[in-house]
Each structure stands twice: as C-alpha cells, then as structure tokens.
Design a protein around this ligand. Structure first.
Ligand code: JB3
Length: 211
C-alpha cells in the first residue's frame, strides 16, 4: 500500500484522516497553502502547497482529496482532482469500515464513503464524489463526477445524478428521479420530480418565533 498525501487540512480532511488511520494507511503529509511548511498538524507533516506534490513520483504516492465543498470556491475540489490526475497521480478511493457497500457497487477513483453510509446493489459512482456520513444510496443509482451527497441524504433506487451536483443535508429523493448537472438540492428538500441542469431546489424554511 502506497503512502498517501492529503490535499487540504480542514474539516473534511480531518474526517478522511480519521478513516485512513483506522484503515492503517500511512499518511505522508498534508498539502495546504494556508499552513506553515514543515509544521506538524494532527501529528502529520505539512509538506507545503499543492506544487509540493510534484516533488513526489506518481508511482510512489497516492493522493486523497481532503477538500470538501467550500462555499467560496466550490470548484477547488474538482480543479485539484483534474490537475493531478492529468499529471499521472492516482486518487485513492476511501471507504469507512463502518459503511455498507454492496459487493457489485462500482466506485471510481477518489470516491469517498463516510461512516454509516449504505450503498445498495447496482449503484455506480463516478470520480471524486463524496458520499457523506449516514447517506443512503439505494439500488441502481448512477452518480456523476464531483458530486457531494451531504450527511443523512436519502436517494431511493434508480436515480441519475449529473456531475457537480450538491445534494444537501437530509434531502430525500424519490426513486427514478434525474438530477441534472450542476444542480443544488437544498438541505431537507423532498424531491419528487426530475430537476434539470443548473437548478436550485429548496424546501420551505423553518419558521422561528418566540416561545
Ligand atoms: O458537510 C460536511 C459534513 N462537511 C463539509 C465538507 C464536505 O466541506 C464541511 O462542513 C465544509 O463545508 C467543507 O469541508 P472543508 O473543505 O474541509 O472546509 P474547511 O474546513 O473550510 O477546510 C478547507 C481547507 O482547504 C483548509 O484547510 C484550507 O486551508 C484548505 N485550502 C484552501 N485552499 C486549500 C486550498 N488546500 C489546498 N491543498 N489547496 C488550496 O488551494
């Protein structure tokens, strides 16, 4: 097993680090332009910024994308994935040992599956997508590249999800729905009909009032 370099060192990277340590994977270091070079963070060396990865031979390390979905730069995760993949680096697929993934599920390079996830038979998930804690992806779904399915979302069977889709925390999508590329499903939405590309879907907001 090759040592891994984690891109980023924020909240998502720390969740990933925790999984890797339980899997017994050796972490060579973080790369993050916002931490001092050669410092130690969470017991792991900070190697430098993203360019410092290029000092390692492509066959000597694997990369793990520790960038989640940043509000100010939603594309950073996919930009870094594409940049390093083009240069011959491989991204490790990471599955928390406390997730259930049916035997015939296909997960592409760099897919990350967090604790408490259930992914059922026949599902295929493309590169660099995150299936966050406690998500259920039912049978025969097709999930595109660079998708984030946030904690607790439920996708019933035979759903098609395009590239760069964000499905918010606790959203529920009924079976057979299609969600077009680049769309955002707001937290807590209940989606009962297909969504075209670049749409935003949001539920009624919770009302706040004094007791
Ligand atoms: O929803 C959940 C459970 N998690 C969210 C996750 C999916 O996405 C989490 O709540 C956040 O919304 C987000 O996590 P992330 O991406 O870890 O965000 P944050 O904790 O803000 O950390 C971002 C990290 O990226 C910081 O350590 C930054 O310094 C680092 N960073 C910023 N620009 C970069 C760059 N790292 C590298 N390697 N390159 C950059 O250009």
């Amino acid at each position: 097993m090759k040592p891994v370099i984690i891109l980023g060192s924020g909240g998502h990277a720390r969740v990933i680090l925790n999984i890797l340590s339980r899997l017994g994977v050796m972490v060579k270091g973080f790369v993050d332009p916002h931490r001092p070079v050669s410092s130690i963070y969470m017991g792991i060396s900070v190697l430098g910024d993203d360019q410092s990865v290029l000092n390692c031979e492509t066959d000597q390390v694997e990369l793990v994308n520790g960038i989640g979905s940043l509000p100010r730069d939603a594309k950073l995760r996919s930009t870094l994935f594409d940049f390093f993949q083009k240069r011959g680096y491989t991204f490790k697929t990471v599955i928390d040992p406390l997730a259930f993934v049916a035997d015939d599920v296909r997960l592409a390079a760099g897919v990350q599956v967090m604790a408490g996830v259930i992914i059922q038979t026949g599902t295929i998930i493309a590169e660099n997508s995150i299936v966050n804690s406690g998500v259920i992806v039912e049978h025969d779904c097709r999930i595109g590249k660079h998708v984030h399915i946030a904690p607790g979302a439920v996708l019933s069977g035979e759903i098609l999800v395009g590239d760069h889709v964000h499905i918010g925390t606790g959203a529920t999508v009924i079976q057979g729905i299609e969600i077009g590329e680049g769309s955002v499903i707001g937290a807590g939405s209940v989606v009962t009909r297909s969504v075209s590309c670049q749409q935003i879907v949001f539920p009624p907001r919770a009302q706040h009032q004094d007791l």
